[in-house]
Write a protein that binds this ligand. Structure first.
Ligand SMILES: NC(=O)c1ccc[n+]([C@@H]2O[C@H](COP(=O)([O-])OP(=O)(O)OC[C@H]3O[C@@H](n4cnc5c(N)ncnc54)[C@H](OP(=O)(O)O)[C@@H]3O)[C@@H](O)[C@H]2O)c1
Length: 281
């Protein structure tokens, strides 16, 4: 299998491997580092973690066990909204790096907006981490159009917005804003946590390509401009399947049929506390 590193989305100086391995919630920590190592061995070059997930240690161990050089990999981590103040932010980045046993990350994201701390303070700390060489690239996550417009004025170095995006949610306004700002979009919950995989349209298209529903759901995303994905899987066969999506393409008609599912407007990640006012449409 060709390493996914060969397939990157590029913008504002950042080049992110288009398929990453998501590491939120490993129910069996004993197996977690092995899963990360397996993902790298079967071609993933992007690993997505966060301070909040508790997976940073397994990501570091998995990278070391994989036998692939650090420089070949793209590691993303995130600072939670509880650490939005500058001092807390810097401490969180240090803790992430120590926990992973890494000197730098390739992408550092503000995990969620924090309305109680001025955005300029948080973004100042984000930009400082980049200046210090602790992060090669910087970005945000779960930022709406309004927040993104504000963030880009304060910190034009931002190159990535990691957002919920899959075939069951319409994100046209936010995608347009990301494109207007020249940002890469990374889709979290790209399989809508599995809900999408039973969809009759997705299943039928998958059958036609002799692929799985997961592969079609991911392919629909990466065929869109500057869009990458970070699916999470706990089975080796799923990990292998989710990156084996470069040997087929969806036709314009198939893309349009899947586009038609978005009005279901299923938002999977919608925390009650500090949720921003989401863009609709
Ligand atoms: N920035 C943010 O705020 C944010 C929020 C949420 C998630 N994320 C990131 O996005 C990543 C992905 O999100 P997620 O893990 O919540 O959801 P997801 O990737 O949409 O879906 C994961 C679910 O799909 C199943 N699955 C995966 N591959 C499959 C396949 N090939 N066939 C059948 N089922 C398959 C998994 O099953 P098993 O578990 O049984 O393998 C799991 O139940 C996270 O791990 C995290 O890195 C970021």
């Amino acid at each position: 299998m060709q390493p996914a590193k060969a397939f990157t989305i590029n913008a504002r100086g950042a080049a992110i491997p288009v398929v990453g391995y998501g590491t939120m919630e490993f129910p069996e920590p004993g197996k977690a580092a092995g899963l990360v190592a397996h993902s790298i061995q079967c071609g993933y070059r992007h690993i997505d973690t966060a301070r909040k997930y508790g997976s940073e240690q397994w990501v570091g161990e998995g990278i070391r066990a994989s036998g692939i050089a650090r420089g070949e990999l793209f590691v993303t981590t995130k600072v939670t909204e509880d650490n939005a103040k500058a001092d807390d932010f810097a401490r969180s980045v240090d803790t992430s790096l120590k926990t992973m046993g890494l000197d730098y990350v390739d992408m550092l994201l503000v995990h969620w907006p924090q309305p109680r701390v001025p955005l300029a303070e948080t973004l100042g700390a984000l930009a400082k981490a980049k200046r210090q060489g602790l992060a090669r690239n910087i970005g945000v996550s779960n930022f709406t159009v309004a927040l993104l417009d504000e963030a880009m004025k304060i910190c034009p170095e931002i190159s990535n917005n990691q957002i919920e995006y899959h075939a069951y949610i319409r994100q046209d306004k936010l995608l347009a804003a990301c494109r207007r700002h020249g940002l890469l979009v990374t889709c979290h919950v790209p399989l809508a946590r599995g809900v999408l995989l039973q969809d009759p349209v997705v299943v039928e298209i998958a059958r036609g390509h002799k692929k799985s529903a997961a592969q079609v759901a991911l392919r629909w995303l990466i065929q869109q401009e500057n869009v990458g994905v970070v699916p999470r899987a706990l089975q080796n066969w799923e990990i292998e399947e989710n990156i084996d999506i470069f040997d087929f393409a969806l036709s314009a008609d198939e893309m349009a049929r899947i586009d038609g599912l978005r009005d279901r407007n299923l938002r999977v990640v919608d925390p009650e506390v500090r949720r921003p006012v989401w863009d609709v449409g």
